[in-house]
Design a protein around this ligand. Structure first.
Ligand code: HEC
Ligand code: HEC
Length: 495
């Protein structure tokens, strides 16, 4: 009798162990310096997670930690990465072309605040034989079962997801090199999205304290070479010092003085404004530091810092409660992928809370949204200044389309987070080394000034405002017609 019970327990234990092992093979991934295991899948958007190579590699590499001791010498590492760069970039460009129409279609009669054209039209490609209307008539389950969720609505991977790290658009790299002689080029990767889908560069700067001045950037990129000349006499000394720190480079995972870096020459690091260019954004990308394993980390597109003064949550998922907290967190944790071991090794700069973090935060809190001349004091359209289409769009926004429930006026954020559950529409899958699966709750980013901040969503997966309307039409199951969708886009452009 006792033996029979023992036998049962043994069988149960074996079964459980097998289940756990399977789970690990399925879900666990590699450390930070993992080999680029998906580079042999050039041009394939969808990889199956049952791939035995991926699974066994993931099992061996299962760790939260990046390697501390680098056993290869720098020249060997650099040569290896340089050799695989074009293949990696080709794989990413194939993915982008499969998902999106990357053509140059400028919108008429509307630009970003300093004049850069806005790209228009839905750029996410439809699955073969589908129309947007046909898709909107189908239930989430049916779309999931028939695998019809447009690929461009899936999470977007980092250009090299298994490697990750900060990546800057070329115009930013060129301007910093010119002004400071500092090189933000990575030898292993280039930025992927075409410039036309990125914010204008350099963006204008509006200060809440001196709205009488309009744009105070004078068309320049603010750096440690010119910040004083541009802002002396406009800011107080505390804010000037905060700004100085925001344009001062500090060591970071890919840019530092050690052999475990991704810049050809030893680098002093990156500055906050290398990504939040002019307190706005240049579209620079990164992987969120908070998630393991690697393939589950989200690509994150740099959010604008305009309007942080009226916001109460920071980070797409991290939900830090103050700008001070986020400023401190960026340099101590986000710069090093959430790995304090590596941060210490590479020379983390610990900012002093009272005399540095607060100063930096104070400057950030001065950054205003761009002017929106059609909005009244409630943040809604002044009917005398607006077109019929814009007004119809506003009615939809606050009515049938229910956008206001999460994006209320005047800033068009409810200052909380929502889980949009896009995974209702698709099955989890590997995409170029990234696991596309549930995003979870994400911060409701404000829509004030939104035409200045493409690409859209936390990972930049949507290229135009037209794409965002099509996305929410599906997510909310709204079944809007073509005219209604156009009106909504017109309204978003006025914000
Ligand atoms: C890769 C370039 C990059 C650099 C350099 C950088 N950031 Fe960020 N920043 C980001 C990204 C990406 C996010 C979004 C993070 C997320 O979604 O969790 C972000 C988020 C923020 C936020 C929250 C914004 C919001 O709307 O929730 C603040 C505040 C911020 N950064 C300030 C700073 C400061 C201060 C520094 C310098 C210490 C800095 N950042 C350096 C890319 C960067
Ligand atoms: C249930 C809440 C909810 C509703 C309803 C909603 N949104 Fe959003 N919206 C969000 C969240 C959350 C995000 C951020 C998602 C992300 O970054 O992945 C977002 C992001 C956006 C963005 C991109 C913002 C950026 O900075 O990239 C736009 C544009 C937008 N919404 C427009 C709309 C429109 C138009 C509607 C109505 C048709 C709408 N939203 C309805 C919650 C909502």
């Amino acid at each position: 009798m006792r033996q029979r019970i023992l036998k049962h327990i043994w069988a149960l234990a074996m079964f459980t162990a097998a289940l756990i092992l399977l789970g690990m093979v399925y879900a666990q991934g590699s450390g930070l310096d993992s080999p680029n295991y998906s580079s042999d899948n050039i041009g394939t958007d969808v990889e199956t997670i049952q791939d035995p190579d991926i699974a066994s590699d993931a099992l061996i590499k299962r760790s939260s930690y990046a390697p501390v001791v680098i056993t290869e010498d720098f020249e060997t590492i650099m040569a290896r990465y340089k050799a695989s760069k074009s293949e990696t970039m080709q794989r990413q460009m194939n993915l982008l072309n499969e998902r999106y129409d990357l053509g140059d279609h400028k919108a008429n009669g509307v630009t970003m605040s300093r004049g850069k054209p806005i790209q228009e039209g839905v750029r996410v490609k439809l699955p073969a034989g589908m129309t947007w209307d046909k898709l909107a008539q189908m239930s989430p389950k049916e779309i999931q079962q028939k695998d019809l969720f447009p690929r461009g609505f899936l999470p977007l991977p980092h250009p090299n997801h298994s490697e990750g790290g900060m990546l800057f658009p070329k115009f930013q790299i060129d301007e910093i090199k010119k002004q400071e002689g500092r090189d933000l080029t990575r030898f292993d990767l280039d930025f992927d999205l075409p410039d036309r889908f990125l914010p204008e560069f350099p963006g204008p700067i509006y200060l809440t304290t001196r709205s009488d001045l309009g744009d105070v950037s004078r068309g320049k990129l603010v750096t440690n070479q010119n910040y004083f000349e541009l802002f002396n006499g406009i800011l107080n000394p505390k804010q000037l010092e905060g700004l100085r720190l925001l344009v001062t480079p500090f060591p970071q995972q890919q840019f530092n003085l050690l052999e475990d870096r991704r810049s050809e020459h030893p680098s002093l690091g990156v500055a906050c404004f290398d990504c939040h260019a002019n307190g706005h954004t240049n579209g620079a990308t990164h992987l969120v530091g908070d998630i393991r394993p690697q393939e589950f980390r989200h690509r994150i597109e740099t959010p604008t810092l305009r309007g942080v003064n009226i916001q109460r949550l920071f980070g797409s998922q991290r939900a830090l409660k103050t700008v001070e907290d986020f400023t401190e967190f960026e340099q101590r944790a986000a710069y090093f992928d959430g790995d304090p071991v590596i941060a210490t090794k590479k020379g983390v700069n610990i900012l002093e809370r009272g005399s540095q973090v607060h100063f930096m935060a104070e400057f950030q809190e001065l950054l205003d949204f761009p002017p929106a001349p059609k909005l009244d004091i409630y943040g809604e359209l002044d009917l005398n200044k607006s077109s019929e289409s814009e007004i119809r769009g506003q009615e939809l926004f606050f009515g049938k389309a229910r956008c206001y429930e999460c994006h209320p006026a005047p800033y068009y954020t409810d200052n909380t987070m929502h889980n949009l559950k896009a995974e209702r529409f698709y099955k989890p899958r590997m995409v170029n080394g990234m696991m596309a699966s549930a995003d979870g709750p994400i911060k409701t980013f404000p829509l004030r000034g939104i035409k200045d901040s493409p690409p859209y969503l936390h990972d930049g997966r949507l290229l135009t405002l037209d794409d965002t309307v099509e996305f929410f039409n599906m997510i909310q199951e709204l079944k809007l017609n073509k005219k209604e969708k156009n009106d909504l886009v017109e309204f978003l452009r006025t914000l």
